[in-house]
Design a protein around this ligand. Sequence first.
Ligand SMILES: Nc1ncnc2c1ncn2[C@@H]1O[C@H](COP(=O)(O)OP(=O)(O)O)[C@@H](O)[C@H]1O
Ligand SMILES: [Mg+2]
Length: 256
Amino acid sequence: MSLTAENLTLGYAGAPVIEGLDLSLPEGRMTAILGPNGCGKSTLLKTLARLIAPQGGRVLLDGTDIHARDTRALAREMAILPQAPQAPEGITVGDLVKRGRTPWRGLLSPWRAEDAQACEAALAAVGMAELADRRLDELSGGQRQRAWIALVLAQDTKLLLLDEPTTFLDLVHQVEVLGLLRRRNREAGLTVISVLHDLNLAARYSDLLVLLGRDGPVAHGAPAEVLTPENLKTAFGLAARVDPDPVTGGPMVIPL
Ligand SMILES: Nc1ncnc2c1ncn2[C@@H]1O[C@H](COP(=O)(O)OP(=O)(O)O)[C@@H](O)[C@H]1O
Ligand SMILES: [Mg+2]
């Protein structure tokens, strides 16, 4: 599914966080949203997922305004993992992941084999199958984060919005999660939009980058077009060199 922002102005009560943003996030691509703390990455993601209403402009999902959509239909089309998701105290990993099936089930409908299958597959995909009976609040930060990712995978949508899905993970698990998303992207056409902090991992695992700065959007496009010394200076105030990544040939940012 494609997402388009048309002249989007977003924020909370008061001055807008971002004004007049035009973005096209095509179907079947992996896009990373990058930028310094407080520049509006989470606000943008929440606006794209209809968790907050834009102050101006529109968000289109496959060409139609997301605000025209029925809530359950939208939840079958896109899943969002917020930056600091909250779970009920004492919930187990398995019960958390089951919540991902809510949009697919009626209020009184029984738990079906396909629901169980989706949850098992999601837990297996993040390497958490053995931990299904454990309490979420007794896990490490990295395990908890993978449980949340399993929840959105169990929701079985064509579009995933993830706010800093790798932030609490060690490098091995960061690469595992990004690799898993890329496999789903390549094999099943999953469209993935994530807020990431590591510029070099973002370049490696994304088809497109959206770079925001303190004073508004700086650039979007292919990683090599976006990650230039000039754009990094504008967005982060960072003096950096950009060399070819010796493994992928893509851009590799080296702070000076
Ligand atoms: N719930 C909220 N109510 C009011 N202002 C908020 C809220 N959440 C974030 N902000 C403000 O909006 C701006 C952008 O925040 P955010 O989108 O969270 O940035 P980022 O995710 O890039 O770090 C910041 O100035 C922040 O203080
Ligand atoms: Mg944020």
